[in-house]
Write a protein that binds this ligand. Structure first.
Ligand code: LR7
Ligand code: MN
Length: 581
């Protein structure tokens, strides 16, 4: 699983789980989507609602209900209330043709209103929550490259229609050097009706990371709120985010990311209790908090969820805190890895990442990026991840390098890291071990995969080390000379010395120093030999496409490498202990 590999990181696979359909959810609340405009009850609609201090909570008010859901312009329009839309008969070809403009159903996106209503999917109780009267203002930063017109407009309208105006300092649209004509003239013209919307045009393609930084540099609000350019903000989405940042400026607040279906444009809610996590080699994903943990701890649907990592695209952060943290590593290119970087940086340097269930934003999940990468996509993502690993993961970076094949082995240039490492020192950030122990204890991260004595299965003898040579001796678990670690980057280590596929004085040599980029030191064993299923329990050395296996010779007490043969018993090896990870 190479990072960026389609099957591992495709966006649609990353969509958070959902099992409750939109309709079911509406029914559960006694609302029918089509009739929710009749259920306004006592709630105030529009921007007029004032900040009345409730007597029991002076200085706070309820989350405003600023929302067109209760009175959409055209209740019968396609896609209204977040309903699924079907392509009209005879238009299928056109819809199919237009798919690749955005890698989602662009035809339907154009068909539905830019300010459609969507179901209020917040858990019960959210509308009653109180937020401070003096919340900070925010700049909304949305960067885009060749975004679909109607999707971009719907994103902007959803912010304008569902945010208290006094909290929005401005909406910054950062055009990352789009090539589409309509995004040039038409966009300025369209947005000129909204004084708060500003368009910033980059003179070359920078990628989303540096585009966001350009937005941040131009932002005048107290808080930065980043959004993708194909989202729909739901009712009351903003106040709960700003409330968290207000309570503690080192909190980074993320909404629940709901799903705008790429095929039928329906707005679908997602399962509760999901955390943002990652698996090796740093693939972002969602993990549901197990029901028994929820029950045992009495976790409520509205409770804030602390996350090891954020998805990346949608969050609020105090502007001065963002700069204190040194923003993003500006050396990250185009797309990918920046969510890991910021997450590690926030947690390790004193902050927190939270998902706020009362804040919900829909996002169009797509199977593939609709824009081109200036350089190779895989290499770009890999390079970004290596920068993150080298700066933040400490000794655990081996788990990143050890999972899957990495291009770094082929001499990929990742650029200079001095400034990023110095930043980490200057901020006195904690270790990655601290992060694992305190923030993400359920991540399996054993630095070694196997350890202890290394036994030749057929001979029942153990590898021992004599000066710089490997020998075969009677097994003695108490002997230091027979202790080895097999690591994720495939080194067989004895202290700082590594077993090499080099024969010296008739047996394999232990080499110093260990360098995981030295191909003579890399051995494949056990699960990594999944590439060669017939060679389980063998220790394989890969050399110019040719496979060689470690083989014991007890009469000589030596080890060598020889042509692999699954039938040869002297080629089977076992470590004393294996670790899951
Ligand atoms: O070169 C680029 N320049 C840009 O301005 C590439 C992209 N962009 C814009 C793009 O138009 C879009 O608005 O940046 C935004 C994000 O790009 P997407 O939508 O192609 O990314 P994504 O939704 O597939 O990927 C997720 O991971 C990215 C990793 O770098 C970013 O962090 C995205 O913001 C992030 N999206 C989300 O977190 C939404 C939920 C997805 C999940 C899980
Ligand atoms: Mn996106």
């Amino acid at each position: 699983h190479i990072p960026g590999n389609q099957s591992m990181t495709s966006s649609s696979l990353l969509a958070p789980q959902r099992s409750v359909s939109q309709a079911k959810l509406a029914l559960a609340r006694g609302l029918h989507p089509a009739r929710s405009n009749l259920t306004s009850k006592s709630q105030t609609v529009g921007h007029q609602q004032s900040h009345t201090n409730t007597s029991e909570n002076p200085g706070r008010h309820r989350v405003l209900r600023i929302d067109l859901t209760l009175s959409p312009r055209d209740p019968n329009a396609p896609g209204q209330f977040g309903r699924a839309v079907v392509v009209p008969p005879g238009k299928e070809k056109e819809a199919e043709r237009r798919w690749r403009e955005g890698n989602f159903n662009v035809y339907l996106s154009d068909l539905i209103p830019v300010d459609r209503a969507i179901e209020d999917t917040r858990p019960a109780g959210c509308a009653e929550q109180l937020v401070h009267n003096d919340l900070p203002t925010t700049s909304i930063i949305m960067c885009f490259v060749d975004e679909v017109w109607s999707a971009l407009l719907r994103s902007v309208h959803s912010v304008l229609n569902r945010s208290p105006p006094h909290l929005i300092k401005e909406i910054l649209l950062v055009d990352d050097f789009s090539t589409k004509e309509y995004l040039k003239e038409n966009l300025d013209k369209y947005m000129s009706q909204f004084p708060k919307v500003r368009i910033l045009r980059l003179k070359e393609r920078h990628g989303l990371i540096r585009a966001r930084l350009a937005g941040a540099q131009n932002a005048t609000g107290d808080v930065l709120t980043f959004l993708d350019s194909h989202v729909e903000c739901n009712v009351g989405w903003l106040e709960p985010l700003l409330e968290r940042v207000y309570i503690n400026r080192q909190k980074v607040a993320c909404p629940v990311i709901e799903v705008i279906n790429d095929k039928d444009m329906s707005y679908m809610t997602v399962d509760n209790f999901q955390r943002g996590v990652f698996t090796w080699p740093m693939n972002f994903g969602w993990r549901t908090i197990p029901p028994d943990v929820v029950a045992k701890n009495g976790i409520k649907e509205t409770d804030i969820i602390r996350c090891p990592v954020m998805a990346g695209g949608l969050f609020s952060i105090d502007k001065s805190y963002f700069y204190e943290l040194g923003t993003y590593d500006p050396g990250l290119d185009v797309w990918g890895g920046e969510n890991m970087e910021l997450s590690f940086k926030v947690w390790m340097c004193g902050g927190e990442i939270e998902i706020i269930p009362c804040s919900r934003v829909g996002h169009i999940f797509r199977n593939d990026n609709p824009y081109s990468f200036p350089k190779d996509r895989l290499k770009t993502v890999e390079r970004n991840l290596v920068r993150v690993a080298e700066v933040w993961l400490d000794e655990y970076k081996e788990l990143f390098y050890g999972h899957g094949d990495h291009l770094i082995d082929q001499g990929l240039d990742v650029g200079n890291l001095t400034q990023q490492r110095e930043l980490r020192k200057r901020l006195k950030c904690k270790s990655f071990k601290w992060y694992l122990d305190n923030v993400f204890p359920d991540l399996k991260a054993p630095i070694v995969r196997a350890s202890g004595v290394l036994v030749n299965v057929a001979l029942g003898r153990c590898v021992s080390i004599e000066n710089t040579t490997a020998t075969l001796e009677d097994c003695d678990g108490s002997s230091q000379l027979q202790q080895f670690n097999y690591t994720w980057v495939r080194l067989i280590k004895h202290g700082d010395w590594c077993m090499a596929a080099i024969t010296d004085k008739g047996s394999l040599r232990f080499h110093h120093p260990c360098d995981y980029r030295d191909n003579r030191l890399k051995w494949l064993h056990k699960s990594t030999s999944g590439f060669h299923p017939e060679l389980v329990d063998h220790i394989v050395f890969e050399h110019y496409q040719q496979l060689l296996c470690m083989e014991g010779d007890f009469s000589q007490k030596t080890l060598k490498v020889a042509a692999c043969n699954p039938m040869k018993p002297y080629q089977k090896w076992k470590f004393e202990k294996y670790y899951e990870g």
